[in-house]
Design a binder for this molecule. Structure first.
Ligand code: BGC
Length: 703
């Protein structure tokens, strides 16, 4: 019997009350008497899942207790509840668990999607040791506005990177075969990253043209990787809250993207329909959400009204059946009916720390390296300073609930461990610093001005930090800025004064060690920007895959002062998408394509493009080879560049490697505003190079 048949058989034996119970997520915070009352609710069959997000959480206390409590709740569900259906235990395991990996935005910077998958598999294992079988990740909201606090959680500004991250994270958590290890959740569907002005929970205006060509791509990839669940987003799009939108939740998500699991609401999203002004009351909200295609309510506030709505004929039993079936199918796919309890009790901490260090190292982006001041000599006399020299918690970033600060080495300590002549200074006085030519200043932003409901209006490096750099400059020092942050910071104020910028992000547990690895050359920097770094906040939104304008002011790509976008600032970003330096030099040559003119049928079979990349410097190093396309003439405006392939590879000193890519009709076409996917005849430019500014290209023609 296949999963669908088994689910139907289980459903056939359930009462309507039991089915309705499955559609709720229980939360301990809802009950005055905490765990006892939660157990009572599970025993009564009130929920299909429990969110672990309150006081019985790992990290907040004794993990053994948590594991035991989860096992006990599961025992009650499978032995004492009316339907005996096992529970899902969901938690925000976003970028690590005990071992915290870099924030998702930083992970994207690694462009090492295999390593991301490995890291998520290890994170999942740690969470499963605590009894968690459902994580609310990956977050796949494409975002072009770094003011938005949640930019830390997203894959960046590019849909292609989003598709790669989606697959890596889903497969890392779930595995690729049934029974899946745990359930992943692609969130927040959809358009949350387009919140106007970076204001969290705010409205978004997204045309159908942009929706399908940019925003849904990562979710499609998650669906293709069999993601078991999707979480809807809080925002409205063009006047429709996604929570009550059949168009987004059913027609597009299931009809077009092929998603086959269940949709859970984000916290409070159902009852917020009343505040958004489309539902009269909680009951009305429940009907709107379920009828739109939302299967489970987080926090069980509105869905208890469903019974009444059925009696009133506003919701059908078939709709309830459909939602319950999807939830039961998910539990079957996880093998929970056979093994309701966690099968994990230990994990290999050292291995996970090692993976995390690798990933943190590969996420570091070297933005500036004047006169090759880096890497530093380990014997050199270096002064250390800056407000983030000894922070631990900030390095982990937000959305991490289970960290252990004992595993964290500060950036200052990590440097001192390898460089015995490094000395710390808090007061930046000429007399004290007279024996030091080089200063490493550890700058950045605190973890708690990033994340949910933590947006900012100004992404500039803080005034106090800029002042420190000005002082060091006045003292004639060579300055290496190490920046730990959760978003792109606008660095114009200090960029010219510093000799090097090493962007280490909120890189997780291993940020400090990874920073030292890069500063002293044990690791050659290989991170590339997954999001544009503006010069100033006022340039936002600024992203690389923008369409051409009718005048010559293609801001992102030109500083033509006659056709500038702004009177008070250059048009170009400070650092473009895909950018990042290395300690070696790479040369691109011999770009070829298998056919310069081809038919649609030939394209469907794949057109090959290749390039030779040589390491002409003096270090073995990894390069991220990037392939972009441009559709030169189309029925609708198309981006000036669109990323369609990346390959990260190690190239030894003096070696040359030929890198191959394949393009098909899936790469050269696009969705019209009416949702039709078309591939149009005409010329396309194919670029292969080091970043989105590459001009290394061949023009091909589809006829
Ligand atoms: C966030 C989600 C998260 C949920 C549960 C919400 O406020 O938007 O991303 O998964 O809370 O903690």
């Amino acid at each position: 019997m296949n999963i669908k048949e088994r689910a139907r058989e289980i459903l056939a034996g359930m009462t309507l009350e039991e089915k309705l119970g499955q559609l709720n997520m229980l939360y301990i915070g809802m009950y005055d008497n905490g765990i006892d009352e939660l157990k009572k609710a599970v025993r009564a069959g009130d929920g299909g899942s429990v969110i672990i997000a309150g006081s019985i959480v790992p990290g907040d206390g004794d993990d053994t207790e948590l594991h035991k409590e989860i096992a006990e709740l599961q025992r009650i569900a499978v032995e004492e509840s009316p339907s005996k259906i096992p529970l899902l235990f969901g938690r925000d395991v976003i970028h690590g668990h005990k071992v915290v990996n870099p924030i998702p935005l930083a992970m994207s910077a690694s462009f090492n999607f295999d390593l991301i998958k490995e890291a998520y598999a290890e994170t999942g294992e740690e969470a499963m040791c605590d009894g968690i079988n459902w994580t609310f990740a990956p977050m796949l909201d494409m975002a072009r506005d770094p003011r938005w606090g949640r930019v830390i959680e997203c894959p960046g500004e590019d849909p292609y990177v989003g598709t790669k991250v989606a697959k890596a994270v889903v497969e890392g958590f779930q595995g690729t075969e049934m029974p899946y290890k745990m359930a992943a959740c692609a969130k927040h569907y959809i358009g949350y990253g387009a919140s106007e002005g970076g204001r969290d929970y705010h409205r978004a205006e997204i045309s159908d043209y942009s929706l399908r060509n940019y925003y849904t791509k990562a979710f499609k990839s998650a669906a293709d990787a069999n993601v078991l669940t999707v979480m809807n987003s809080f925002n409205e799009i063009n006047g429709q809250p996604t929570t009550s939108s059949k168009y987004y939740l059913t027609d597009i998500l299931r009809g077009e993207l092929g998603f086959d699991g269940f949709v859970v609401s984000d916290a409070g999203a159902v009852h917020q329909l009343t505040r958004q002004g489309v539902a009269k009351d909680y009951k009305d909200a429940a009907g709107l959400a379920l009828n739109a295609g939302l299967d489970m309510e987080m926090n069980r506030l509105c869905f208890p009204n469903l019974r009444e709505l059925i009696d009133e004929g506003k919701v059908t039993v078939e709709t309830v059946d459909t939602a319950a079936l999807r939830i039961i199918e998910t539990k079957l796919k996880l093998g929970l009916f056979e093994n309701p309890y966690s099968q994990h009790s230990t994990f290999d901490l050292n291995k996970h720390l090692e993976t995390s260090r690798k990933l943190a190292g590969e996420s570091v982006v070297l933005l500036k390296n004047k006169d090759n001041i880096l890497p530093l000599d380990k014997e050199a006399k270096i002064a250390l300073t800056g407000p983030f020299l000894h922070t631990k918690r900030d390095l982990l970033g937000c959305w991490t609930l289970d960290f252990d600060l004992d595993y964290v080495t500060t950036i200052g300590d990590a440097i001192k461990a390898v460089a015995p002549n490094a000395t710390e200074f808090t007061a930046l006085r000429q007399y004290d610093l007279k024996n030091y030519d080089t200063v490493v200043a550890v700058l950045g932003e605190a973890f708690d001005i990033t994340g949910e409901a933590h947006s900012v209006t100004d992404i500039s490096i803080s005034k106090a930090q800029a002042e420190e750099i000005h002082t060091l400059k006045r003292l004639g020092k060579k300055i290496i800025a190490v920046i730990s942050a959760g978003r792109p910071l606008a660095l114009s104020e200090i960029e010219e004064e510093v000799d090097a910028i090493v962007y280490v992000w909120h890189g997780g547990t291993q940020t400090g060690l990874a920073a030292a690895d890069v500063l002293f050359g044990d690791v050659c920097p290989s991170g590339r920007l997954p999001i544009t770094f503006p010069r100033v906040t006022g340039q936002i939104p600024i992203f690389y895959n923008c369409p051409p304008s009718g005048r010559l002011c293609n801001g992102y790509y030109s500083d033509d002062l006659q056709w500038t976008n702004y009177e008070d600032c250059l048009s170009t970003p400070l650092y473009p998408f895909g950018y990042g330096l290395s300690y070696t030099e790479f040369e691109y040559s011999d770009m070829t394509v298998s056919k310069e003119k081809f038919t649609l049928d030939e394209l469907k079979n794949g057109i090959k493009a290749s390039v030779t990349v040589s390491n002409t410097g003096n270090r073995d190093a990894k390069e991220v080879v990037q392939l972009y396309i441009r559709d030169l003439k189309a029925s609708y405006t198309r981006p000036l560049k669109e990323l369609k392939g990346t390959e990260k590879l190690l190239i030894e000193i003096g070696k040359a490697v030929t890198v191959h890519f394949e393009l098909t009709d899936k790469d050269l076409g696009y969705f019209t505003p009416h949702g039709e996917y078309i591939v149009e005849e005409g010329e396309f430019e194919i670029f292969i190079g080091h970043d989105s500014y590459t001009e290394n290209k061949i023009t091909v023609e589809l006829f």
